[in-house]
Design a protein around this ligand. Structure first.
Ligand code: MSP
Length: 480
Protein backbone atom coordinates (compact mmCIF):
# COMPACT_ATOMS: atom_id res chain seq x y z
CA UNK A 1 0.00 0.00 0.00
CA UNK A 2 1.07 3.55 -0.63
CA UNK A 3 2.51 5.01 2.54
CA UNK A 4 2.00 8.70 2.14
CA UNK A 5 5.04 10.67 3.12
CA UNK A 6 7.34 7.67 2.99
CA UNK A 7 7.94 7.84 -0.73
CA UNK A 8 7.89 10.47 -3.38
CA UNK A 9 4.33 10.94 -4.54
CA UNK A 10 5.07 10.83 -8.22
CA UNK A 11 4.85 7.94 -10.60
CA UNK A 12 6.36 7.51 -14.03
CA UNK A 13 5.50 4.39 -16.00
CA UNK A 14 6.65 3.44 -19.48
CA UNK A 15 5.82 0.83 -22.11
CA UNK A 16 8.11 -0.52 -24.81
CA UNK A 17 8.06 1.66 -27.88
CA UNK A 18 6.78 -0.52 -30.69
CA UNK A 19 8.43 -0.89 -34.06
CA UNK A 20 6.42 1.29 -36.38
CA UNK A 21 5.98 -1.42 -38.98
CA UNK A 22 2.68 -3.06 -38.12
CA UNK A 23 -0.47 -2.31 -36.19
CA UNK A 24 -0.46 -3.50 -32.58
CA UNK A 25 -1.96 -6.88 -31.74
CA UNK A 26 -3.26 -8.04 -28.37
CA UNK A 27 0.17 -9.43 -27.45
CA UNK A 28 2.00 -6.22 -28.12
CA UNK A 29 -0.86 -4.13 -26.68
CA UNK A 30 -0.68 -6.10 -23.44
CA UNK A 31 2.09 -3.94 -21.92
CA UNK A 32 0.30 -0.75 -22.93
CA UNK A 33 -2.93 -1.80 -21.27
CA UNK A 34 -1.07 -2.92 -18.14
CA UNK A 35 0.75 0.40 -17.91
CA UNK A 36 -2.54 2.23 -18.37
CA UNK A 37 -4.12 0.36 -15.47
CA UNK A 38 -1.20 1.28 -13.24
CA UNK A 39 -1.11 4.90 -14.41
CA UNK A 40 -4.85 5.29 -13.85
CA UNK A 41 -4.50 3.85 -10.37
CA UNK A 42 -1.73 6.27 -9.39
CA UNK A 43 -3.64 9.20 -10.90
CA UNK A 44 -6.44 8.40 -8.47
CA UNK A 45 -4.07 8.01 -5.51
CA UNK A 46 -1.46 10.72 -6.22
CA UNK A 47 -3.44 13.11 -8.44
CA UNK A 48 -3.28 13.45 -12.20
CA UNK A 49 -0.42 15.93 -12.25
CA UNK A 50 1.83 13.52 -10.35
CA UNK A 51 1.69 10.74 -12.87
CA UNK A 52 3.41 10.45 -16.20
CA UNK A 53 2.73 7.63 -18.60
CA UNK A 54 4.71 7.22 -21.76
CA UNK A 55 4.04 5.28 -24.94
CA UNK A 56 5.68 5.63 -28.32
CA UNK A 57 7.10 4.20 -31.49
CA UNK A 58 10.55 2.91 -32.41
CA UNK A 59 11.11 4.32 -35.87
CA UNK A 60 14.75 3.99 -36.91
CA UNK A 61 16.97 1.08 -37.92
CA UNK A 62 17.44 -1.54 -40.56
CA UNK A 63 14.09 -3.28 -40.09
CA UNK A 64 12.06 -0.11 -40.66
CA UNK A 65 14.32 0.97 -43.55
CA UNK A 66 13.84 -2.41 -45.26
CA UNK A 67 10.06 -2.37 -44.79
CA UNK A 68 9.87 1.15 -46.20
CA UNK A 69 11.97 0.13 -49.19
CA UNK A 70 9.65 -2.81 -49.87
CA UNK A 71 6.76 -0.36 -49.93
CA UNK A 72 8.74 2.01 -52.14
CA UNK A 73 8.51 4.98 -49.77
CA UNK A 74 10.99 7.04 -47.79
CA UNK A 75 11.37 5.68 -44.24
CA UNK A 76 10.07 8.88 -42.65
CA UNK A 77 6.92 8.83 -44.79
CA UNK A 78 6.51 5.16 -44.00
CA UNK A 79 6.64 5.64 -40.22
CA UNK A 80 4.45 8.75 -40.48
CA UNK A 81 1.82 6.59 -42.12
CA UNK A 82 1.94 4.02 -39.29
CA UNK A 83 1.92 6.27 -36.26
CA UNK A 84 -1.83 7.01 -36.55
CA UNK A 85 -2.48 3.25 -36.43
CA UNK A 86 -0.92 3.16 -32.97
CA UNK A 87 -2.65 6.31 -31.79
CA UNK A 88 -5.98 4.93 -33.03
CA UNK A 89 -5.42 1.58 -31.37
CA UNK A 90 -4.57 3.21 -28.03
CA UNK A 91 -7.53 5.57 -28.39
CA UNK A 92 -9.89 2.69 -29.08
CA UNK A 93 -8.62 0.83 -26.01
CA UNK A 94 -9.10 4.00 -23.94
CA UNK A 95 -5.39 4.25 -23.08
CA UNK A 96 -4.86 7.54 -21.27
CA UNK A 97 -1.18 8.25 -21.95
CA UNK A 98 0.58 11.55 -21.30
CA UNK A 99 3.30 11.37 -23.94
CA UNK A 100 3.48 9.65 -27.29
CA UNK A 101 7.18 9.67 -28.10
CA UNK A 102 8.47 9.09 -31.60
CA UNK A 103 12.16 8.40 -31.98
CA UNK A 104 12.18 10.53 -35.15
CA UNK A 105 11.15 13.52 -33.03
CA UNK A 106 14.04 16.04 -33.32
CA UNK A 107 13.98 16.53 -29.56
CA UNK A 108 14.62 12.83 -29.03
CA UNK A 109 17.31 12.80 -31.72
CA UNK A 110 19.15 15.72 -30.11
CA UNK A 111 18.84 14.54 -26.52
CA UNK A 112 19.81 10.96 -27.41
CA UNK A 113 22.92 12.08 -29.25
CA UNK A 114 23.90 14.27 -26.30
CA UNK A 115 23.74 11.29 -23.98
CA UNK A 116 25.83 9.18 -26.35
CA UNK A 117 28.37 11.97 -26.62
CA UNK A 118 28.54 12.09 -22.82
CA UNK A 119 29.17 8.34 -22.62
CA UNK A 120 31.90 8.73 -25.26
CA UNK A 121 33.49 11.69 -23.45
CA UNK A 122 33.68 9.64 -20.28
CA UNK A 123 35.81 7.09 -22.10
CA UNK A 124 33.21 4.32 -22.27
CA UNK A 125 33.19 3.90 -26.05
CA UNK A 126 35.91 2.70 -28.45
CA UNK A 127 36.16 1.78 -32.13
CA UNK A 128 36.41 -1.81 -33.34
CA UNK A 129 35.20 -4.35 -35.90
CA UNK A 130 32.09 -6.42 -35.39
CA UNK A 131 31.77 -9.76 -37.09
CA UNK A 132 28.80 -12.06 -36.59
CA UNK A 133 25.16 -12.83 -37.27
CA UNK A 134 22.41 -10.25 -37.02
CA UNK A 135 18.63 -10.72 -36.73
CA UNK A 136 16.88 -7.81 -38.45
CA UNK A 137 13.55 -8.82 -36.85
CA UNK A 138 14.98 -8.33 -33.34
CA UNK A 139 17.50 -5.71 -34.47
CA UNK A 140 20.21 -7.52 -32.57
CA UNK A 141 23.44 -9.44 -32.97
CA UNK A 142 23.05 -13.13 -32.30
CA UNK A 143 25.49 -15.39 -30.52
CA UNK A 144 25.78 -19.12 -31.14
CA UNK A 145 23.74 -19.66 -27.97
CA UNK A 146 20.82 -17.63 -29.33
CA UNK A 147 20.37 -19.81 -32.41
CA UNK A 148 17.82 -22.61 -32.80
CA UNK A 149 18.40 -24.61 -36.00
CA UNK A 150 20.69 -21.83 -37.17
CA UNK A 151 17.96 -19.19 -36.86
CA UNK A 152 16.59 -16.68 -34.39
CA UNK A 153 13.86 -18.50 -32.42
CA UNK A 154 11.62 -15.41 -32.53
CA UNK A 155 11.99 -15.01 -36.30
CA UNK A 156 12.32 -18.54 -37.68
CA UNK A 157 11.06 -17.30 -41.05
CA UNK A 158 14.11 -15.07 -41.51
CA UNK A 159 17.70 -16.08 -42.19
CA UNK A 160 20.05 -14.18 -39.85
CA UNK A 161 22.47 -12.08 -41.87
CA UNK A 162 26.24 -12.22 -41.62
CA UNK A 163 27.66 -8.82 -40.76
CA UNK A 164 31.18 -7.48 -40.66
CA UNK A 165 31.61 -3.76 -40.18
CA UNK A 166 33.44 -1.05 -38.27
CA UNK A 167 31.43 -0.19 -35.19
CA UNK A 168 31.75 1.73 -32.00
CA UNK A 169 31.72 -0.48 -28.93
CA UNK A 170 30.38 0.26 -25.48
CA UNK A 171 32.47 -1.05 -22.56
CA UNK A 172 29.69 -3.12 -21.06
CA UNK A 173 32.15 -5.51 -19.43
CA UNK A 174 33.36 -2.74 -17.12
CA UNK A 175 29.92 -2.51 -15.53
CA UNK A 176 29.53 -6.18 -14.66
CA UNK A 177 30.12 -5.94 -10.91
CA UNK A 178 28.18 -2.76 -10.60
CA UNK A 179 25.16 -4.32 -12.31
CA UNK A 180 25.29 -7.42 -10.13
CA UNK A 181 25.24 -5.24 -7.04
CA UNK A 182 22.36 -3.11 -8.34
CA UNK A 183 20.12 -6.02 -9.21
CA UNK A 184 21.01 -8.17 -6.20
CA UNK A 185 20.19 -5.34 -3.83
CA UNK A 186 17.00 -4.44 -5.73
CA UNK A 187 18.22 -0.85 -6.14
CA UNK A 188 16.92 -1.61 -9.58
CA UNK A 189 14.31 -4.28 -8.93
CA UNK A 190 13.75 -6.85 -11.65
CA UNK A 191 10.30 -8.39 -11.43
CA UNK A 192 8.97 -11.03 -11.28
CA UNK A 193 11.71 -12.40 -9.01
CA UNK A 194 12.50 -15.38 -11.25
CA UNK A 195 13.47 -13.02 -14.05
CA UNK A 196 15.90 -11.31 -11.71
CA UNK A 197 17.54 -14.68 -11.07
CA UNK A 198 17.81 -15.40 -14.79
CA UNK A 199 19.38 -12.02 -15.49
CA UNK A 200 21.85 -12.32 -12.62
CA UNK A 201 22.89 -15.81 -13.74
CA UNK A 202 23.51 -14.57 -17.24
CA UNK A 203 25.53 -11.59 -16.05
CA UNK A 204 27.66 -13.90 -13.91
CA UNK A 205 28.49 -15.97 -17.00
CA UNK A 206 30.35 -12.85 -18.12
CA UNK A 207 29.48 -9.77 -20.14
CA UNK A 208 30.99 -8.79 -23.48
CA UNK A 209 31.31 -5.26 -24.82
CA UNK A 210 28.56 -4.45 -27.29
CA UNK A 211 28.40 -2.67 -30.59
CA UNK A 212 26.44 0.57 -30.30
CA UNK A 213 26.68 1.97 -33.81
CA UNK A 214 26.00 0.80 -37.35
CA UNK A 215 28.06 1.82 -40.32
CA UNK A 216 25.84 0.25 -42.94
CA UNK A 217 22.52 1.62 -41.69
CA UNK A 218 21.80 5.21 -42.63
CA UNK A 219 18.23 5.39 -41.25
CA UNK A 220 19.08 6.45 -37.72
CA UNK A 221 20.55 9.15 -35.52
CA UNK A 222 24.10 9.99 -36.62
CA UNK A 223 26.86 9.22 -34.12
CA UNK A 224 27.75 12.77 -33.02
CA UNK A 225 31.54 12.46 -33.40
CA UNK A 226 31.45 10.42 -36.64
CA UNK A 227 28.42 11.13 -38.77
CA UNK A 228 29.06 8.26 -41.17
CA UNK A 229 27.74 5.91 -38.45
CA UNK A 230 24.29 5.84 -36.88
CA UNK A 231 23.56 5.02 -33.25
CA UNK A 232 22.46 1.39 -32.88
CA UNK A 233 18.66 1.50 -32.89
CA UNK A 234 18.23 -0.27 -29.54
CA UNK A 235 20.49 2.17 -27.73
CA UNK A 236 18.62 5.25 -28.88
CA UNK A 237 15.25 3.53 -28.47
CA UNK A 238 16.00 2.84 -24.79
CA UNK A 239 16.94 6.46 -24.36
CA UNK A 240 13.38 7.51 -25.27
CA UNK A 241 12.33 6.87 -21.67
CA UNK A 242 14.72 9.59 -20.60
CA UNK A 243 14.39 11.99 -23.54
CA UNK A 244 10.59 11.96 -23.16
CA UNK A 245 10.91 13.67 -19.78
CA UNK A 246 12.59 16.58 -21.58
CA UNK A 247 9.55 17.30 -23.72
CA UNK A 248 8.09 19.57 -21.05
CA UNK A 249 10.02 21.46 -18.43
CA UNK A 250 7.94 20.25 -15.49
CA UNK A 251 8.28 16.63 -16.56
CA UNK A 252 12.00 16.58 -15.80
CA UNK A 253 11.15 15.83 -12.17
CA UNK A 254 9.64 12.48 -13.17
CA UNK A 255 13.03 10.95 -13.88
CA UNK A 256 14.04 8.28 -12.85
CA UNK A 257 11.13 6.13 -14.00
CA UNK A 258 9.32 4.14 -11.34
CA UNK A 259 8.43 1.34 -13.67
CA UNK A 260 9.41 0.08 -17.10
CA UNK A 261 6.99 -2.58 -18.31
CA UNK A 262 8.50 -4.76 -21.04
CA UNK A 263 8.07 -8.18 -22.59
CA UNK A 264 10.39 -10.94 -21.39
CA UNK A 265 12.20 -11.02 -24.75
CA UNK A 266 13.52 -7.52 -24.24
CA UNK A 267 14.23 -7.59 -20.52
CA UNK A 268 17.98 -8.06 -21.06
CA UNK A 269 18.11 -4.80 -22.99
CA UNK A 270 16.07 -3.05 -20.30
CA UNK A 271 18.09 -4.24 -17.36
CA UNK A 272 21.71 -4.94 -18.31
CA UNK A 273 22.21 -2.70 -21.34
CA UNK A 274 19.92 0.11 -20.19
CA UNK A 275 21.28 0.37 -16.66
CA UNK A 276 24.89 0.19 -17.88
CA UNK A 277 24.26 3.01 -20.36
CA UNK A 278 22.70 5.13 -17.62
CA UNK A 279 25.59 4.40 -15.26
CA UNK A 280 28.02 5.34 -18.01
CA UNK A 281 26.19 8.61 -18.62
CA UNK A 282 25.79 9.34 -14.92
CA UNK A 283 22.00 9.39 -15.12
CA UNK A 284 19.90 8.07 -12.20
CA UNK A 285 18.53 4.55 -12.60
CA UNK A 286 14.92 3.36 -12.85
CA UNK A 287 13.30 1.73 -9.83
CA UNK A 288 11.62 -1.34 -11.32
CA UNK A 289 11.80 -3.26 -14.59
CA UNK A 290 8.88 -5.65 -14.93
CA UNK A 291 9.12 -8.38 -17.59
CA UNK A 292 5.76 -9.81 -18.57
CA UNK A 293 5.28 -13.09 -20.39
CA UNK A 294 4.00 -13.88 -23.88
CA UNK A 295 0.41 -14.44 -24.88
CA UNK A 296 0.20 -17.40 -27.21
CA UNK A 297 -2.51 -18.89 -29.38
CA UNK A 298 -2.45 -22.63 -29.99
CA UNK A 299 0.98 -22.59 -28.35
CA UNK A 300 2.44 -19.99 -30.72
CA UNK A 301 3.47 -16.47 -29.74
CA UNK A 302 1.02 -13.97 -31.23
CA UNK A 303 3.15 -12.12 -33.74
CA UNK A 304 3.10 -10.55 -37.14
CA UNK A 305 5.88 -12.81 -38.40
CA UNK A 306 3.94 -15.93 -37.37
CA UNK A 307 0.75 -14.59 -38.99
CA UNK A 308 -1.61 -15.34 -36.07
CA UNK A 309 -2.44 -11.81 -35.07
CA UNK A 310 -5.61 -10.75 -33.20
CA UNK A 311 -5.95 -6.98 -33.07
CA UNK A 312 -7.55 -5.12 -30.17
CA UNK A 313 -10.14 -3.87 -32.69
CA UNK A 314 -11.38 -7.41 -33.39
CA UNK A 315 -11.99 -7.90 -29.67
CA UNK A 316 -13.53 -4.46 -29.18
CA UNK A 317 -16.06 -5.12 -31.97
CA UNK A 318 -17.21 -8.19 -30.11
CA UNK A 319 -16.75 -7.44 -26.40
CA UNK A 320 -16.72 -3.63 -26.24
CA UNK A 321 -13.83 -1.53 -24.96
CA UNK A 322 -14.06 -2.42 -21.29
CA UNK A 323 -14.89 -6.03 -22.14
CA UNK A 324 -11.64 -6.17 -24.11
CA UNK A 325 -9.67 -4.49 -21.34
CA UNK A 326 -11.06 -7.06 -18.91
CA UNK A 327 -10.22 -10.03 -21.13
CA UNK A 328 -6.71 -8.78 -21.83
CA UNK A 329 -5.96 -7.91 -18.21
CA UNK A 330 -7.04 -11.38 -17.08
CA UNK A 331 -5.45 -13.22 -20.02
CA UNK A 332 -2.42 -14.25 -17.93
CA UNK A 333 -0.94 -14.07 -14.47
CA UNK A 334 0.91 -10.81 -14.95
CA UNK A 335 4.50 -11.80 -15.62
CA UNK A 336 3.88 -15.32 -16.90
CA UNK A 337 3.29 -16.80 -20.34
CA UNK A 338 -0.22 -17.90 -21.11
CA UNK A 339 -1.83 -19.79 -23.93
CA UNK A 340 -5.28 -18.42 -24.71
CA UNK A 341 -7.67 -21.33 -25.15
CA UNK A 342 -10.31 -21.70 -27.84
CA UNK A 343 -13.52 -19.93 -26.86
CA UNK A 344 -11.94 -18.72 -23.64
CA UNK A 345 -12.72 -15.04 -24.21
CA UNK A 346 -16.38 -15.78 -25.01
CA UNK A 347 -16.81 -17.86 -21.88
CA UNK A 348 -15.11 -15.39 -19.63
CA UNK A 349 -17.04 -12.47 -21.05
CA UNK A 350 -20.36 -14.24 -20.49
CA UNK A 351 -19.52 -15.51 -17.02
CA UNK A 352 -17.67 -12.57 -15.47
CA UNK A 353 -19.18 -9.60 -17.25
CA UNK A 354 -22.61 -10.37 -18.76
CA UNK A 355 -23.76 -12.75 -16.00
CA UNK A 356 -21.38 -11.43 -13.35
CA UNK A 357 -20.86 -7.71 -12.99
CA UNK A 358 -23.53 -6.59 -15.48
CA UNK A 359 -26.22 -8.78 -13.99
CA UNK A 360 -25.38 -7.83 -10.41
CA UNK A 361 -25.65 -4.13 -11.20
CA UNK A 362 -29.01 -4.73 -12.88
CA UNK A 363 -30.33 -6.72 -9.90
CA UNK A 364 -29.38 -4.06 -7.38
CA UNK A 365 -30.79 -1.31 -9.58
CA UNK A 366 -34.14 -3.08 -9.77
CA UNK A 367 -34.27 -3.57 -6.02
CA UNK A 368 -33.30 0.02 -5.33
CA UNK A 369 -35.82 1.36 -7.79
CA UNK A 370 -38.55 -0.64 -6.07
CA UNK A 371 -38.11 1.39 -2.90
CA UNK A 372 -37.35 4.70 -4.68
CA UNK A 373 -33.89 4.69 -3.23
CA UNK A 374 -31.83 7.86 -3.48
CA UNK A 375 -28.11 7.15 -3.13
CA UNK A 376 -25.46 9.61 -2.00
CA UNK A 377 -22.97 10.80 -4.57
CA UNK A 378 -19.86 9.82 -2.65
CA UNK A 379 -17.17 7.80 -4.43
CA UNK A 380 -15.64 5.28 -2.02
CA UNK A 381 -11.88 4.74 -1.97
CA UNK A 382 -10.32 1.92 -3.89
CA UNK A 383 -10.48 -1.18 -1.70
CA UNK A 384 -7.12 -1.67 0.12
CA UNK A 385 -6.79 -5.25 -1.14
CA UNK A 386 -7.18 -4.01 -4.70
CA UNK A 387 -4.69 -1.21 -4.05
CA UNK A 388 -2.21 -3.75 -2.70
CA UNK A 389 -2.61 -6.00 -5.75
CA UNK A 390 -1.98 -3.14 -8.17
CA UNK A 391 0.99 -1.82 -6.22
CA UNK A 392 2.53 -5.28 -6.28
CA UNK A 393 1.79 -5.39 -10.02
CA UNK A 394 -0.50 -8.38 -9.57
CA UNK A 395 -2.84 -6.93 -12.12
CA UNK A 396 -4.87 -10.04 -12.89
CA UNK A 397 -5.26 -10.68 -9.13
CA UNK A 398 -7.02 -7.34 -8.77
CA UNK A 399 -9.74 -8.56 -11.10
CA UNK A 400 -9.87 -11.92 -9.32
CA UNK A 401 -10.76 -10.00 -6.17
CA UNK A 402 -13.56 -8.20 -7.96
CA UNK A 403 -14.84 -11.51 -9.23
CA UNK A 404 -14.92 -12.97 -5.75
CA UNK A 405 -16.77 -9.93 -4.38
CA UNK A 406 -19.34 -10.22 -7.14
CA UNK A 407 -19.82 -13.93 -6.47
CA UNK A 408 -20.23 -13.21 -2.76
CA UNK A 409 -22.89 -10.58 -3.35
CA UNK A 410 -24.74 -12.74 -5.84
CA UNK A 411 -24.75 -15.58 -3.35
CA UNK A 412 -26.11 -13.35 -0.63
CA UNK A 413 -28.91 -12.04 -2.83
CA UNK A 414 -29.80 -15.56 -3.93
CA UNK A 415 -30.10 -16.64 -0.32
CA UNK A 416 -32.08 -13.65 0.86
CA UNK A 417 -34.28 -13.42 -2.24
CA UNK A 418 -35.26 -9.83 -1.42
CA UNK A 419 -37.42 -9.67 -4.55
CA UNK A 420 -39.77 -12.23 -2.98
CA UNK A 421 -40.57 -10.03 -0.01
CA UNK A 422 -44.10 -8.68 0.05
CA UNK A 423 -44.74 -4.97 -0.11
CA UNK A 424 -45.16 -4.32 3.62
CA UNK A 425 -42.08 -6.18 4.86
CA UNK A 426 -39.99 -5.41 1.85
CA UNK A 427 -39.34 -1.70 2.35
CA UNK A 428 -37.38 -2.10 5.54
CA UNK A 429 -35.56 -5.27 4.56
CA UNK A 430 -34.76 -3.96 1.13
CA UNK A 431 -33.57 -0.69 2.54
CA UNK A 432 -31.19 -2.55 4.87
CA UNK A 433 -29.90 -4.73 2.06
CA UNK A 434 -29.64 -1.99 -0.50
CA UNK A 435 -27.99 0.53 1.76
CA UNK A 436 -25.72 -1.87 3.57
CA UNK A 437 -22.60 -3.76 2.72
CA UNK A 438 -24.59 -6.15 0.53
CA UNK A 439 -25.99 -3.51 -1.74
CA UNK A 440 -25.12 -0.13 -3.05
CA UNK A 441 -22.21 0.35 -0.69
CA UNK A 442 -20.50 -2.75 -2.09
CA UNK A 443 -21.35 -2.16 -5.69
CA UNK A 444 -19.93 1.33 -5.40
CA UNK A 445 -16.76 0.03 -3.82
CA UNK A 446 -16.48 -2.51 -6.62
CA UNK A 447 -17.00 0.23 -9.21
CA UNK A 448 -14.49 2.51 -7.53
CA UNK A 449 -11.89 -0.28 -7.41
CA UNK A 450 -12.57 -1.03 -11.05
CA UNK A 451 -11.74 2.51 -12.20
CA UNK A 452 -8.15 1.73 -13.27
CA UNK A 453 -9.28 -1.34 -15.24
CA UNK A 454 -12.68 -0.54 -16.73
CA UNK A 455 -12.83 3.25 -16.55
CA UNK A 456 -16.01 3.81 -18.55
CA UNK A 457 -18.03 1.06 -16.88
CA UNK A 458 -16.83 2.10 -13.43
CA UNK A 459 -17.85 5.72 -14.00
CA UNK A 460 -21.19 4.59 -15.38
CA UNK A 461 -21.92 2.42 -12.33
CA UNK A 462 -20.90 5.19 -9.95
CA UNK A 463 -23.17 7.59 -11.81
CA UNK A 464 -26.09 5.20 -11.71
CA UNK A 465 -25.71 4.79 -7.96
CA UNK A 466 -25.64 8.42 -7.06
CA UNK A 467 -28.97 10.16 -6.74
CA UNK A 468 -32.19 8.43 -7.67
CA UNK A 469 -31.49 4.84 -8.71
CA UNK A 470 -33.24 3.55 -11.81
CA UNK A 471 -32.76 0.48 -13.92
CA UNK A 472 -30.34 1.50 -16.70
CA UNK A 473 -29.35 -0.10 -19.99
CA UNK A 474 -27.54 -3.46 -19.93
CA UNK A 475 -23.82 -2.94 -19.25
CA UNK A 476 -22.49 -6.06 -20.97
CA UNK A 477 -24.94 -7.46 -23.56
CA UNK A 478 -24.90 -11.24 -23.82
CA UNK A 479 -23.10 -12.58 -26.86
CA UNK A 480 -25.39 -13.84 -29.58
N1 MSP B 1 11.03 -1.70 -30.49
C1 MSP B 1 11.35 -2.69 -29.53
C2 MSP B 1 11.21 -2.16 -28.12
C3 MSP B 1 12.09 -1.00 -27.81
S1 MSP B 1 11.80 -0.41 -26.22
C4 MSP B 1 12.99 0.68 -25.97
C5 MSP B 1 10.43 -3.90 -29.71
N2 MSP B 1 9.29 -3.67 -30.35
S2 MSP B 1 8.20 -4.80 -30.72
O1 MSP B 1 7.16 -4.08 -31.40
O2 MSP B 1 8.81 -5.86 -31.42
O3 MSP B 1 7.70 -5.42 -29.38
C6 MSP B 1 7.15 -4.63 -28.38
C7 MSP B 1 6.70 -5.43 -27.20
O4 MSP B 1 5.64 -6.31 -27.55
C8 MSP B 1 7.77 -6.30 -26.55
O5 MSP B 1 7.79 -6.03 -25.16
C9 MSP B 1 7.28 -7.72 -26.79
O6 MSP B 1 7.61 -8.57 -25.71
C10 MSP B 1 5.79 -7.51 -26.82
N3 MSP B 1 5.10 -8.60 -27.47
C11 MSP B 1 5.08 -8.90 -28.79
N4 MSP B 1 4.35 -10.03 -28.95
C12 MSP B 1 3.87 -10.45 -27.74
C13 MSP B 1 3.01 -11.46 -27.32
N5 MSP B 1 2.52 -12.35 -28.15
N6 MSP B 1 2.65 -11.48 -26.00
C14 MSP B 1 3.06 -10.52 -25.12
N7 MSP B 1 3.89 -9.56 -25.49
C15 MSP B 1 4.42 -9.59 -26.75
O7 MSP B 1 10.77 -4.96 -29.23
Amino acid sequence: MVKLGSMRNKFYVTTPIYYANAEPHIGSAYATLSADIIARYYRIVYGKENVLSLVGTDEHGQKIAEEAKKKGVEPKLYVDSLVPTFKDAWGSLNIDFDIFMRTTDPLHENEASEVIQKIFDKGNIYEGVYEGLYCVGCEKFLTEKDLVNGRCPLHPDKEPIYQKERNYFFKLKNFQNNLIELFESDKVAILPKYRKKEILNRIREGLEDISISREGVSWGIPVPWNKSHTIYVWVEALLNYYTATKTREDWGGFWPANLHIVGKDIIWFHTVIWCALLLAADIPLPKVVFGHGFLTLAGQKISKSLGNVITPKELIDKYGVDGTRYLMATAATFGEDRNIGDGEFDEKYQADLANGLGNLVARIEVLAEKIDYVADSEIPEINPKMAGAIERYELDKGLELIKSWITGLDKYLNQEKPWEKNASESKLILRTIIKGAEGIKSIKEIASSLRPYLPTTAEEILKRFSGEVKKGPILFPRLV
